[in-house]
Design a protein around this ligand. Sequence first.
Ligand code: ATP
Ligand code: MG
Length: 358
Amino acid sequence: MKTYRVAVLAGDGIGPELVRVTIPILRLASYLYGFELIFEEALVGGTAIEATGKALPPETLEICKRSQAIFFGAVGGKQWESLPPEKQPERAALLPLRKTFSLFANLRPVTCYPELIEASPLKPEIASGVDLLIVRELTGGIYFGQPKGRVLTEQGERAIDTLVYDTSEIERVATVAFEIALRRKKSLTLIDKANVLESSLLWRKTVKEIAKNYPEVELKFMYVDNAAMQLVLKPTQFDVLLCENLFGDILSDEAAGIAGSLGLLASASIGSTKFGLYEPAGGSAPDIAGKGIANPIAQILSGALMFEYSFQEEEAAQAIKDAIRDVLKDGYRTMDIAKGSSTYCTTEEFAEKVAQKL
Ligand code: ATP
Ligand code: MG
């Protein structure tokens, strides 16, 4: 039987409660579709700082290295906000993980399910049919470019951030985006600011070159300011959006807003191999942690993404997505998306219903 090893890093806040209810669903899907999952739990984030002094202990990294995927909850919380920036759970755990495994592409699918159209802040006729995926470059651009820092000038303090991209960094993430577009509606929009940024011109040139290998995929270009507007005016025009790091960061949060709750959106961080890190788009949500009310959909969908991208178990992934929709059709909702005639349920109850549907 095909066997996949998964490092389970539940982390802080709502992370552990979401991961705990999701694991049985993933296990059940694996039985139904004939493969085996070996889960190995490891400490990460603030929880790991408390236990070992480190946000990403060496044992955790070892477990990740012998796995094919990382199933991640969330990290962070008020208790660790006073630590120096480089020791904060997010920076000290997620950044090194992305670096170690060279996870340069962040994928965020955004779907407006017909059953959940009322959760979207957009008018139903605009939100209806939204099914897009943002591919964000994750390890380059203005967040990491050198020089970076503060200098004192005669006019006062000056701050410097540098936006740098090499052709090879663009090529690899563009290839990921085209491969995904090929399996979807075969349309890719490069988001840039080519009217003012030199780096955007290199993105356009490089992406056009890569596009030659994918003649079936329609390639479009859009300035980021216009894209920000189009996302709320006519989001159905998009299939795959390819963005550099900063633009992708901003647009993926905007796209999250379209769905209506952070609790609905999954994300994947992948590289050139099948290895990937899968986590909800939201964070540790300290405001609702420990109350049993968090929406588990994002975490469950992150598992489906893992099946799809790391294991090529598309049928199992689809079955999980269908099960979630069936539960929504029956009217069950967690608090973040509950409205009108829906039946309120807890994190655990919702997950149990998904398992039953499956
Ligand atoms: P972090 O620093 O870890 O990102 P945060 O305080 O920014 O923490 P987020 O996790 O980003 O919090 O969440 C932002 C808002 O979305 C919060 O009000 C949170 O309750 C809500 N939220 C996030 N995830 C979920 C979820 N799974 N279910 C319901 N609400 C959620
Ligand atoms: Mg946040």
